[in-house]
Design a protein around this ligand. Structure first.
Ligand code: SF4
Length: 358
């Protein structure tokens, strides 16, 4: 984690921010409304720096910057796909690189954000996992991807970000303290509705249970990819720690918490997890927790010669699920040409790092 002697304003939850700013300005003999000015610059005007807060007197900006950081990541690269998907690689204060992806459709603009630099989970179908774990992101580094992407989207005619998914680099529920604070920040600070925010997990049981206990209706996506324990073991090493059965029990708790939507993500890999016999166990799991299923054609990654299931097989899967009363959608793959599609993040970054010999 980037060590800074000063607290990062972007990492503080709205309540904590109000408190520290009130104290700060009181000590300086400033009027109480100064705290509100700074909050507005952070949450509404998305100021990229303390020096941009121009309705504060210069001396107050300098004093604030002497006591606090506002740690915005710098864009290292930005790439736009032929399908309109935009991938940002952000350079954090200590040089770590993380990625976020803007995915426009006709009615929404979804932002996919990262919660860790790298990932320790090692899922076999995912380029991020192969790069290994680098470090946890702070809450500020997570929401900073939203702030900077929102500014970029508005400046480039994509309009407002309507939905946020924690499906970028990392397992969000393995970075729970920062992810919980970032959820609070996005929802109560930046005003993104809880139902428009989806946390994705590969099956981290304690994290699912904690999320179930939150009163807000954040959505949960389980990266399932295998509807039996035996197959899941081959694709997702976490099966050894949290079995499919335990994951399902945690999802039942999440479902019982009421009004919270669960989706299953199922990447379809030819000859690996697309046998038609798997439709029945998949449907059974989905029915247990009222989950919708997203079927995603596998995206190519380096060093693995797996291919996506043929379109006819994916359609047969979807039809089989529908016949069993499960809502299933075939998700178009977005941003493949810029390595922005599911499972591809970090592939490009790693290649760059390799080219530099680091
Ligand atoms: S799929 Fe998710 S949890 Fe698995 S290695 Fe990739 S980033 Fe990590």
């Amino acid at each position: 984690m980037a060590e800074s002697p000063r607290p990062d304003l972007l990492s503080l939850t709205p309540e904590a921010l109000r408190r520290v700013l009130a104290d700060h300005f009181q000590v300086r003999g400033q009027p109480a409304y100064r705290a509100g000015q700074v909050e507005k610059w952070i949450f509404e005007r998305l100021a990229p720096s303390i020096s941009a807060m121009t309705d504060l007197p210069r001396a107050e900006r300098e004093a604030l910057a002497a006591s606090f950081d506002l740690a915005e990541p710098q864009p290292a690269t930005v790439a736009t796909s032929v399908d309109g998907t935009v991938k940002h690689v952000w350079r954090l204060a200590d040089g770590e690189l993380v990625e976020s992806v803007l995915i426009p459709t006709q009615e929404r603009l979804t932002l996919c954000i990262s919660s860790q630099a790298g990932c320790a989970m090692g899922c076999t179908f995912c380029a991020t996992g192969w790069g290994g774990f680098r470090r946890q992101l702070t809450a500020g580094e997570i929401v900073a991807q939203y702030r900077a992407s929102r500014r970029w989207a508005e400046a480039n005619g994509l309009g407002p970000v309507t939905n946020i998914v924690y499906m970028g680099m990392g397992e969000p529920l393995a970075n729970r303290a920062a992810v919980h604070d970032s959820l609070t920040l996005l929802n109560r600070g930046y005003g993104v509705g809880a139902r428009r925010i989806t946390v994705s997990t590969v099956g981290h049981v304690p994290g699912i249970l904690e999320l179930a206990d939150r009163h807000e209706q954040f959505r949960l996506a389980l990266s399932l990819h295998a509807p039996t324990s035996a197959l899941r073991q081959q694709l997702i090493p976490l099966e050894k720690r949290y079995s499919l059965d335990e994951v399902m029990q945690a999802l039942e708790r999440f479902d019982e918490a009421g009004g919270k939507r669960i989706t299953f993500e199922y990447t379809m890999i030819a000859g690996v997890n697309d046998a038609l016999e798997l439709v029945e166990p998949l449907a059974e799991l989905a029915r247990r927790v009222g989950a919708w299923v997203n079927l995603i054609p596998f995206n190519p990654i380096p060093y693995k010669d797996w291919r996506a299931s043929p379109p006819a097989r994916i359609k047969a899967f979807a039809a089989g699920l529908a016949r069993r009363g499960v809502t299933a959608a075939i998700r178009a793959s977005r941003g493949r040409d810029i390595d922005a599609a599911c499972g591809q993040l970090r592939a490009h970054t790693l290649a760059e790092a390799g080219a530099k010999g680091s």
